[in-house]
Design a protein around this ligand. Sequence first.
Ligand code: NA7
Length: 544
Amino acid sequence: MSPTSPPASPPTTVEATVDAAVVGAGFSGLYAVHRLHDLGLSVRAFEAGGGVGGTWYWNRYPGARCDIESVYYSYSFDRELTAEWQWSERYAAQPEILRYLEHVADRFDLRRHFTFDTRVTGAAFDETTGRWRVETDGGEVVSARHLVLGVGLLSQRALPDIEGIGDFAGEIHHTGAWPHQAVDFTGRRVGVIGTGSTGIQAIPLIARQAEHLTVFQRTPNFSLPARNGSPDPEKSRRRIDEFDAVTEQLRTSSYGILLDPPTRSALEVSAEERRSTYEARWAEGTLTGILQAYNDMVRNQEANDTAADFIRERIREIVADPQVADDLCPRGYAYGTKRPCLDSGYYATYNRDDVELVNLRRTPIERITGDAVVTSDREHPVDALVLATGYDAQTGPLLALDPVGRGGRRLSAHWEQGARSYLGLTVAGFPNLYTICGPGSPSALSNAVVSIEQHVEWTADLIVHLADRGLTTAEATDVAEKEWSAHVQEVASYTLYPQTDSWLMGANIPGKPRVFLPYIGGVGAYRAHCDQVAAEGYAGFELA
Ligand code: NA7
């Protein structure tokens, strides 16, 4: 080759032919690889990160931890795995959850199936072969009969479109792409934009380290104290000694967590009784304690107001400055319809002299300069900026990959008017494509690990069903997709959720079509429905 020859184009030949390609090495991808390999399928998997972990690989910001108790926020597919892993905290922090997933990868020898630091850049269904052609940024091409996307529901970062943000001269990080080395804020003036679950976890810890912290809040959230500490020994014991029973309870519950379903309306008990219930649940330290105290909390505004008022009272009790307390009080949307938060000392952080809250509803951000955030009333000098601004949830990661289905139709075209799916796991016109935690599945409104296991197992069963019968493709019918998508919206319409601007509605992303993304019918009911579909020979699918 002469020195002037053009560089070789990336290889276009198929390098590997497998039964299944899996994208992602988080809870979904790891389990999908394990399950499919165990069933005797050949599997190739790709992960953009440098290791396993998914969400827990990327979210290394201070305070990152789960807000479902760790004893339940872990896999349940293997009793020995559960028995041998001891969580050190009731709500484990990111490094421990990452260690757990690394342990799972090692224990089941999963890493050998993965290529890390490699992003899948395209996937197209070849109608002549009935296979997916999967391309990576490493120049690799894989031909796979089945394509399982475990790309996460909160992995496509939403960066704020603020004038001048690119000119900021200091350190700037989105919480979902946090550096691997701890960021030291000592002696620095830090600005945090965003007060969702992430901001609420990070703010107390950043405040302790920084010289000064300015929190830029657009919408206040409802948060309950986590009361983190050691795991409850009785729950840990039961999880192992009564493994099958607890697993079954989680799988058939509404949210993938253990709770006694509420039977009464908040409005049929006296104000005193309600108050003592809320107080007990405020003391309990769980994400959904108050939300699940009565059965009409997310359906009836008046019932919801009783809980919202109670939490606002607590905020006013904790926060010394009445104006700051008032600014922190959520209003104008029902409690729980933005995902609720769990914190460790969040509200009390605003009693520190070195922490300032900027209410962006009063004084919006106008621009960012080299060393300041400029709001409509003044400049806030900062040396570092933390963007806790969330994600293009559920659809974002799938549309970033934008698979090409039958007839050359892209997923982005199919979802132009909003996401639709059959069971949240499959899409009409995209045979053998499985979207773990996809829109229309309960994942975002549940203990995601419990949902993920169900999604993966159901998908694996479908793949085996095809193989056993010498069939090659499963494809959701248009009718099934239409009916399921209508059902997802209908169930949501019985609640207060669709009235709130939240990422659950796609409202945090400009121009994103408004549909309610997760399925709110309950983890147990959803599982039963999926099982029924399978029992009927995969009703709603064309198997070919
Ligand atoms: P969320 O819950 O989407 O929160 C993002 C926060 O960032 C929220 O307070 C937003 O305010 C705020 N935001 C977003 N863009 C801007 C701009 N441009 N200016 C000011 N403020 C902004 O993301 P999280 O990472 O906290 O949590 C995501 C999920 O991870 C969580 O629900 C759990 O399931 C785990 P807004 O409310 O849009 O007014």
